[in-house]
Design a protein around this ligand. Structure first.
Ligand SMILES: [Zn+2]
Length: 357
């Protein structure tokens, strides 16, 4: 029985119109005024459906929106962001349009469509008087594309109060949910040596680049594909001229892990890096660490629920692991099960269209 599929198919014109409203209010993370404008529109729409608003004021980024619906001791957190990457004006070159069942326009896929879906799901709940045994808390943040610097703490706080978290980021290409995500991090290795003229005083110099080269190879060797751990030295800087033994060199490294414990192992290893040349100095600075979203027993139970619901609609729901991080990672750090990728798919018509990036 395709009960909900039919319900949403009947609403497709309304859904498209609402999404168009979102997309035509461009909202790059760095433009607070523009993001707040869209935020005000979104909050007004959700309030119309009976949500209670807490607008979390921000100085630098757009205000975060917390919208609560229903009563009950327990809550489910529904997570999404309405900031986008592209600058204001992109809309002019890439206007909103629907062509052959596909929707085009910046921010549709990642992830204005996700918020619009939540809005229509709430409409469905109201129109059918569906009984809810938990409160719904929608947290729409404004700085996800920047790594959620100002919203991270609210995400973690709300997640820790929730029995589960649903993230409306886009699904994987074939419509799969993301039930685990790798964690990530970035660190910098800095080496100080001793400058000297490469011709006259070669022996007196301590070559920082040569020293760094040892550590680059060491760090790359920590990669373990089977365990899902990868390290990639992505940038190097150093030296001032070819005839000067370099005094300084640095490398910036990208780390991905599948398990939290693997990140600790890497962090300990970076702390233990020791100079090969006795006069060189090596130091490590971690820029950030994002914990992995691990697939737990509880995640599996939550996924089964979604799977059964999808099956009733004639849809074979699958799951996968994602290499990239999202706010789902921060939510999962609170120890609650997270289903991510519940938003729009590139290829699977749910409810009936595909949406371009
Ligand atoms: Zn996103």
């Amino acid at each position: 029985m395709q009960r909900w599929n039919n319900f949403f198919q009947n609403k497709i014109d309304d859904i498209l119109l609402e999404l168009k409203n979102y997309v035509e209010m461009e909202s790059p993370s760095s433009n607070k005024e523009a993001v707040d404008k869209l935020g005000s529109y979104i909050q007004q729409q959700f309030i119309k459906l009976g949500c209670r608003l807490t607008r979390i004021k921000q100085e630098e980024f757009g205000d975060q929106l917390r919208l609560e619906y229903g009563e009950g001791e327990e809550q489910i957190l529904i997570l999404g962001h309405f900031d986008t990457v592209k600058d204001i004006g992109t809309l002019e070159q890439e206007p909103w349009r629907v062509e052959e069942g596909r929707v085009y326009g910046r921010g549709t896929y990642d992830m204005k469509a996700g918020i619009v879906f939540a809005y229509f799901a709430l409409q469905a709940i109201r129109e059918h008087n569906l009984p809810l045994n938990k409160r719904l808390v929608f947290l729409w943040n404004t700085d996800e594309e920047m790594g959620s610097p100002s919203s991270r703490e609210y995400i973690q706080e709300e997640a820790s109060k929730s029995s589960s978290v649903l993230v409306l980021e886009p699904s994987y290409g074939n419509g799969s949910l993301k039930t685990s995500r790798k964690g990530g991090g970035e660190f910098k290795v800095m080496v100080h040596g001793k400058a000297a003229h490469a011709g006259n005083d070669h022996a007196k110099g301590v070559n920082a680049i040569a020293e760094l080269a040892h550590h680059i190879l060491e760090i790359q060797s920590w990669t373990n594909y089977e365990e899902g751990t990868t390290l990639s030295v992505g940038m190097i800087n150093g030296g001032s001229a070819s005839n000067v033994v370099p005094e300084f060199a640095e490398a910036i490294v990208d780390v991905r892990v599948a398990k939290k414990s693997a990140m600790s192992v890497i962090q300990n290893r970076t702390v233990a890096l020791t100079p090969v040349h006795p006069e060189a100095k090596v130091s490590v600075h971690w820029e950030f660490v994002t914990p992995p979203m691990e697939r737990t027993k509880q995640t599996e139970q939550l996924y089964r629920l979604a799977y059964e619901q999808a099956a009733e609609e004639g849809f074979d729901l699958t799951e996968m692991n994602a290499g990239g991080t999202s706010d789902g990672n921060f939510a999962a750090a609170a120890g609650v099960p997270v289903l991510d990728g519940l938003g729009q798919s590139e290829m699977v018509p749910m409810p009936l269209m595909s949406i371009s990036r």
